[in-house]
Design a protein around this ligand. Structure first.
Ligand code: FAD
Length: 507
């Protein structure tokens, strides 16, 4: 280790971030044999690794089913990425909030939207169950202290005020608006300033603590403990550098989040996400839960998929611009959810795209999310400054403008309210290059689980005693990600099922 490395580590350790400096590697983690465990330092019916939305939902339900529950969190603070999030939970089928605000919705419409707009070959069993149980899940969130108020936001973005309902994804964009009757399904805790995740986790953590869930922080789970017959019966963790063992009489739940901060793992499994400029999750998102599951023989699937957001909006006026690729061709309707724009750019356009605006739809000066590449008085000049092949951008803009003047977009069907010819100078070209623009990402791939969150091995058999939920699993979120709230919805809903099922396991 060089002197620079040593001093960097000292600084990180001083900041309490020593765990980040130490590489956790990429490899599956071989479980310890129970015979190796000399003594159990702790024991509970259900032991849960992690303390985000998936873990705490599991803890609450396991406790409600009568189990003694121990939560182990790697970081000094509880809540995970869930507490950093907007707290948006994707719910529908006619929730009390939707009804109070006059929106009609049905289980079928919600189901059809998720199935049609998401990635290929999704887990239909999970989607069906999630949609059918959506009303019950809404009520569970409310019963556990998550507060929503009947206030709707028109914004095409997570409300900054305390509104609790909005269109959080692609519901109104083509072709989804014609495939499934649109309804706003983004349910947000009623707090100001994008702090819904914190409010949600404060409520769930308080409910878990009141129910008697035991929690330990600054302890990092490292390896599962397994019997000779393959049953998982505990977990080993480090506390202040000392290895300890916790016995799980009924089950272990892995809910350690995803792996966006394990850069080697991201490079190996999800190279497109590796390119994205801004890894977006809490510091514990290191893939250790996935590694522990894989070491016990679990299948890890959809590991290349994730959330790549290019937040071109807000402001909404920017949607009147056009997004083109390096050949100056449009490839996605600009009113698509920004994670769809990010996904298409990262995965199908080699990470490079551009946004063309005119004076009426540019960003405000000083908004540096998307680097400004060129400014010009005419499209020809902008095309030359942007390095496009002569005539290509001019052709795209002329075709777009002619149709937009008629209120049409025959190529990509952007909603008419965002259509206007790009004509007023100065014209501007912004870079939507995933390495240079603000492009945030996290991972969707993880352990394969049943609808009861039991972990499956590579042969499709249940690994006895092992459960997983949230971004440690491959759940409802698939790429392209079609709406905010599907991740938190998946974490809380399938976390609950993990806790309930684990609590019922015979010791
Ligand atoms: C800024 C931001 C906004 C977002 N907004 C939304 C939104 O509004 N709606 C939505 O659906 N999604 C949103 N997401 C995504 C969503 O927050 C996450 O996908 C989701 O919260 C993950 O929950 P989880 O329970 O799986 O993991 P987490 O909430 O990350 O919890 C995992 C916990 O496990 C701990 N851990 C990791 N390894 C170990 C170990 N070895 N031992 C013990 N503990 C360990 C971690 O430290 C962490 O605390 C957002 C993400 C970000 C970053």
């Amino acid at each position: 280790m060089s002197e620079t490395d040593r001093s960097r580590r000292r600084v990180l350790a001083g900041l309490g971030l020593a765990g980040l400096a130490a590489s956790v590697g990429c490899e599956p983690r071989q479980p310890a044999a129970s015979a190796e465990v000399r003594a159990w330092d702790h024991s509970a019916d259900v032991v849960i690794a992690g303390s985000g939305a998936a873990a705490i939902s599991a803890a609450i339900e396991a406790r409600a089913a009568g189990a003694e529950v121990l939560v182990l969190e790697r970081l000094p603070k509880l809540g995970g990425s869930s507490a950093m999030s907007g707290g948006v939970c994707y719910l529908g089928g006619g929730t009390p909030l939707q009804k109070a605000l006059g929106f009609e919705d049905s289980v079928e419409a919600m189901h059809d939207f998720i199935v049609a707009a998401g990635g290929l070959h999704p887990r239909l069993d999970k989607i069906a169950l999630y949609c059918e149980a959506s009303l019950e899940h809404f009520q569970w969130m409310v019963d556990h202290g998550v507060r929503y108020i009947p206030k709707f936001s028109q914004e095409k973005e997570l409300p900054y005020d305390d509104s609790s309902l909005y269109y959080s994804g692609c519901e109104l964009a083509h072709p989804w608006r014609d495939i499934a009757r649109p309804a706003p399904r983004g349910h947000v805790p009623a707090v100001m300033g994008h702090t819904g995740g914190r409010a949600m986790m404060e409520a769930l953590l308080a409910a878990a603590q009141a129910a008697g869930v035991k929690m330990m922080t600054a302890v990092s789970c490292e390896r599962l403990v397994r019997e000779g017959d393959g049953r998982v019966t505990g977990i080993q963790f480090t506390a202040n550098g000392v290895t300890k063992s916790a016995r799980a009489r009924r089950g272990v739940v892995l809910a350690c989040g995803g792996f966006i901060h394990n850069r080697e793992m991201v490079r190996r499994y999800a190279p497109e996400l590796y390119e994205c400029s801004t890894p977006w999750a809490n510091a514990g998102d290191l893939g250790i839960g996935i590694q522990m599951g894989m070491g016990a023989g679990a299948a890890a699937v959809r590991m290349h998929q994730g959330f790549a957001i290019l937040p071109v909006y807000p402001p909404e006026r920017v949607i009147k611009g056009i997004v083109v690729n390096a050949r100056a061709q449009r490839f996605i309707a600009e009113d698509s959810y920004y994670a769809c724009i990010g996904h298409e750019t990262a995965y199908t356009q080699h990470g490079k795209a551009f946004l063309v605006t005119d004076a009426d739809c540019s960003y405000d000066p000083g908004d540096f999310r998307m680097p400004l590449l060129a400014e010009a008085e005419s499209i020809g000049e902008l095309e030359a400054k942007g390095g496009f092949v002569a005539g290509t951008l001019a052709h795209t803009v002329a075709t777009y403008n002619a149709a937009a003047a008629r209120g049409e977009d025959p190529l990509l069907h952007k909603h008419p309210k965002f259509l206007a010819p790009l004509a007023t100078a100065p014209l501007r070209l912004y870079e939507l290059d995933v390495t240079r623009a603000f492009c945030c990402s996290h991972t969707f791939g993880g352990l394969e689980t049943t609808v009861d969150s039991q972990v499956l091995d590579v042969f499709g058999s249940v690994i006895p005693g092992l459960y997983a939920a949230g971004r440690t699993t491959a759940g409802l979120p698939t790429a392209p990600y079609i709406a905010s709230g599907i991740s938190v919805g998946d974490c809380t809903f399938f976390g609950r099922r993990a806790g309930r099922h684990a609590a019922r396991e015979t010791a």
